[in-house]
Design a protein around this ligand. Structure first.
Ligand code: SAM
Length: 919
């Protein structure tokens, strides 16, 4: 169950009449516990509670329903209960049906509220369903509740109004939802006269069956689109006439409303019943956008970029600097005024703004700083100088774009209430401003400089409708022109191979037609680079970390270095939102400015490292990037991919199946070989494959199961891809073979996060490596020593592409680029001895596998020592001593790499013209 579903379930429970006997089980069911588990608890088998009326679910919660007025004592009893500790309960909860108290035992956080109010505190209880929520949701469950309510309404309305679900009417539906959200917010914040005016009016004047709800809403919307002075001619009923003039485009245009069912009307009233005053426009906006998206609706409430993550971008981009200026100004009135003036001219631009959360947070943070300036200057009631229209965005989809505008409007109102007071905020709020500063369109096809011009006033077309503005009407004046501009945001995470045709075209539109191997986000960076280069704009976008790893580096970074400098960067970090499809996505944030800065920073978890230069691999280091190489730059053997059967597994066997064939047909033994790739290398459990030389096909076909496999392979290939079809005439053989009749080194193509070294082993002649591993035939043991070294692992970790927590080892990207100094004969003898020691140390633990042996936590001491000796000998060859740390290792490796690849790998590759000049 997700957070929204749990919230809905406990809200439902709180609405039911309280049933003391049933409550604990109903509560546990609301948190997703299975019927079978509850049945056992009910039967008493698993209930180890030692408190009267108690129900104790192991590792979860200890609940007790008690006599009226004894909730506090009962909670105390639950806390003191030995059973609570023994069963490792995370929470305790006591209720008498009127009051409810609960406590999270580790943090000591508590809930104490009326029973009917406990759904408002459900955020604290979410860990009961295994959901570790971000703090903001925990503290403000209203955003989840509001999303859940509106989602139900949206789905019900689409069910009833099938035509509104069609593409042509989706925009109307989204616009309608934006109007509702505004009304809910306005009625709880005194923007409408009297609390709850909107929901109350709908409740009172629409029929219970929902049949005329649309007419009531239409009348209200029409009123909000009519100036008070023009109301008399409009024939408004008194209940509609109470609503203020809002417009700003929000209520202009068609006031058509979808038809309501009884359920839809109830959902609307439920949504209106929430307290929208507390809504967080950034959190709510991100959540609500999923409502209008058929694909995302399932993960409702999960697409939330946390405020800390947004601040990872905004703080180093410009907020830290503003705060430093504030600290430096102290109480100096002139300096404070200068800062206020500076902030009034700052423009923030998000080219993939979604529901505007980056813009909202930037706005709120700046208002906080401005309020502090006003406080220090003794002008707390002064109106804000920060124009909302300086926070600009582009968003592809219309619903988030609408929500972004609404979120900013709500944020401005909330800041006004907070810093200036309710009265002042209300006085200036209505009517809404009709300007449109969020563009709905494809950012990669639009001119960013006209959406967010660096200076001057841009195109002077004034929009007449805030919420339905065509693209060519988006450009409006910037207030206080001539200030700084900051580009920020979180463009879509889309791997190179997952791009749609349109997205590939977008890549071409920004000059990356020949670099389709790049992730989609690279197009936003490259487009932004032009703005950074031509203006004093600084940019920081959240990006997939793959643009700093593997093959993508040499495609993107020359472009970056030719136009901008890196001012800060984050080491790859796991993207922390709970959307299932983002699980395991590693991100980075790269700050780009036009001119080199002195104070460059690398953020690595809690650590901030200052350095002179940031490498494309996001480590302190030179502007050097490695290009994939077809052969090694060092004097080492050729590494190839293993053999690829392309057989739909027809020629591959589990070892049991192979043994069964051989025991029945002993001649089959000569056609069956050991087989495996990285998985088998690490787990130590090889499979088998059928391996038939061309001149032995007739013999092989005499063995029925072998013949069956060959026939099955032919059939598979005939119906598979082009290459497979070509190989269908040789179904006895692998499609691609790099096999040689001699011993070889096998190297894993992925290195799991938990392995201490690159997995490598010697395989004997006859073993067939599949294409999920690399092979070096005839490699001397020196090369085993090199691949098994810390130096090589550090290089792989830095250069290679990532795969979840691990790395994707590659011959062209990692092995062929690895710089090895020329080795003397003595070096080779020493390294060979080290390799032998490692192999002997492994032998001593037979049959332990590589996975067992190389877990950094449990690596056997003799093997660890053998690796240390290997590292010692190899590192002395590089610098005459052990490296102090990985930073030093990488510095040396990049220095050697640069020398060995000479001019081709420098940051600004020589153009044809400069090369000619040099010659
Ligand atoms: C990862 S989301 C980030 C949005 C928001 N900052 C957040 O955290 O929820 C990326 C947004 O970019 C939008 N988008 C995708 N491609 C786009 C394009 N070519 N131009 C403008 N927006 C785009 C998506 O619709 C989505 O709202």
């Amino acid at each position: 169950m997700n957070a929204v579903e749990i919230e809905a379930a406990i809200s439902e429970l709180a609405l039911q009449p309280f049933d003391a006997a049933e409550f604990p089980f109903a509560f546990l069911a609301a948190f997703g516990n299975k019927d079978t588990a509850l049945k056992r608890l009910r039967a008493g088998n698993n209930n180890t509670s030692d408190v009267p009326g108690g129900v104790l679910l192991r590792n979860n919660i200890h609940i007790a329903v008690c006599e009226a007025g004894t909730v506090g004592e009962t909670l105390q009893a639950l806390r003191a209960s030995p059973a609570t500790a023994k069963a490792k309960a995370k929470f305790i909860l006591a209720t008498d049906g009127q009051a409810l108290e609960a406590e999270e035992l580790v943090s000591g956080e508590t809930i104490a509220c009326d029973y009917s109010d406990f759904p408002n505190h459900f955020g604290l209880l979410l860990p009961l369903a295994g959901i570790t929520t971000i703090k903001e949701i925990k503290d403000n469950p209203i955003d989840v509740r509001a999303t859940g309510r509106l989602n139900k309404l949206y789905v019900e309305l689409l069910r009833e109004n099938l035509d509104w679900a069609k593409d042509e009417r989706r925009a109307d539906m989204n616009h309608f939802m934006a109007r509702l959200i505004f009304c809910f917010f306005a009625e709880d914040t005194d923007i409408f006269n009297g609390e709850g005016l909107f929901t109350r009016t709908v409740d009172r004047f629409s029929d219970r069956d929902g049949s005329n709800t649309h007419e009531v809403l239409q009348a209200i919307f029409r009123a909000m689109n009519t100036k008070i002075a023009e109301r008399a001619a409009g024939g408004f009923r008194p209940w509609a006439d109470q609503f203020p003039y809002v417009n700003g485009g929000l209520f202009s245009g068609s006031t058509e409303v979808p038809r309501f069912t009884r359920m839809a009307r109830t959902y609307l009233l439920h949504a209106g019943g929430l307290n929208w005053k507390e809504i967080n426009p950034d959190i709510f906006g991100s959540m609500i956008q999923a409502v209008a998206d058929d694909e995302e609706r399932g993960a409702l409430g999960m697409h939330y970029t946390s405020v800390p993550n947004i601040l990872k971008v905004l703080n180093p981009l410009f907020l830290d600097d503003l705060r430093a200026q504030l600290a430096e100004a102290g109480s100096n009135e002139r300096k404070l005024l200068n800062l206020r003036k500076r902030m009034a001219r700052i423009r923030v631009f998000d080219p993939a703004c979604g529901s505007g959360n980056f813009l909202v947070i930037a706005y709120k943070q700046m208002r906080e700083i401005e309020a502090e300036i006003n406080r220090r200057r003794g002008e707390p009631h002064l109106g804000s100088d920060i124009p909302l229209t300086n926070f600009r965005g582009i968003e592809l989809r219309d619903f988030p774009a609408e929500i972004a505008r609404l979120a900013l409007i709500i944020a401005e109102f909330q800041c006004d209430v907070l810093y200036r007071g309710q009265k002042e905020a209300l006085a200036e709020f209505l009517p809404l401003n009709a300007e449109n500063w969020i563009v709905c369109g494809n950012a990669l096809q639009l001119d960013w400089l006209s959406v967010c011009p660096p200076a001057g006033t841009g195109v002077k077309v004034k929009a007449d409708d805030l919420f339905g503005t065509p693209l060519n009407q988006t450009e409006i004046d910037f207030e206080n022109e001539g200030g700084e501009t900051y580009i920020c945001g979180n463009p879509p995470y889309l791997g190179a191979k997952k791009k749609s045709k349109q997205q590939s075209e977008d890549m071409s539109a920004v000059g990356l037609g020949d670099a389709q191997l790049l992730d989609y986000v690279a197009a936003f960076i490259v487009k932004g680079l032009d703005v950074v280069e031509s203006t004093s704009t600084a940019m920081a976008l959240v990006s997939t970390s793959s643009i700093c790893q593997g093959e993508q580096v040499s495609l993107l970074w020359p472009r970056i270095f030719s136009k901008a400098a890196v001012s800060f960067a984050y080491r790859p970090f796991k993207w922390a939102n709970s959307a299932a499809k983002n699980a395991g996505v590693f991100c980075t944030i790269i700050g780009l400015v036009k001119d080199e800065t002195k104070d460059k920073r690398i953020y690595d978890g809690e650590i901030v490292r200052r350095c002179e230069s940031i490498s494309p691999y996001l480590i302190p280091g030179p502007k050097v990037y490695c290009k994939p190489e077809a052969s090694p730059i060092s004097a080492v053997s050729q590494m190839k991919m293993g053999s690829n059967s392309v057989d739909g597994k027809r020629l591959v066997l589990e070892s049991d199946a192979a043994s069964a064939i051989v025991s029945k047909y002993p001649d089959a033994a000569s056609f069956i070989r050991m087989y495996g790739g990285t998985k088998e290398l690490v787990s130590g459990v090889p499979r088998r494959c059928i391996w038939i030389e061309d001149d032995k096909v007739d013999d092989a076909n005499n063995i029925p199961p072998i013949k069956a496999a060959i026939d099955a392979c032919r059939e598979y290939r005939m119906s598979a891809g082009r290459d497979a079809r070509k190989a269908a005439s040789r179904p006895h053989a692998f499609c691609y073979s790099t096999y040689e009749e001699r011993d070889f080194l096998q190297v894993g193509n992925t290195i799991g996060g938990a392995l201490a070294f690159v997995p490598v082993d010697i395989k004997r002649q006859g073993f067939v490596s599949n294409h999920n591993a690399f092979v070096i035939y005839g490699a001397p043991l020196v090369e085993f020593s090199i691949i098994a070294s810390t130096l090589h692992k550090v290089w792989a970790e830095t250069i290679a592409g990532r795969l979840g927590d691990g790395i994707r080892y590659g011959n062209t990207v990692v092995y062929n680029t690895f710089p090895v100094p020329l080795l003397t004969e003595q070096n080779k003898v020493d390294l060979t001895a080290c390799a032998e020691d490692i192999l002997l140390a492994r032998e001593a633990h037979f049959p332990a596998t590589i996975a067992d042996l190389y877990d950094p936590e449990t690596m056997p001491e003799n093997l660890r020592r053998a690796h240390e000796r290997n590292d010692e000998v190899l590192e002395r060859i590089y610098i005459g001593r052990r490296f102090k740390n990985d930073t030093e290792r990488l510095e040396k490796l990049f220095e050697l790499y640069t020398k060995m690849t000479a001019a081709t790998a420098t940051a600004k590759p020589a153009t044809k013209a400069t090369r000619r000049k040099k010659a």
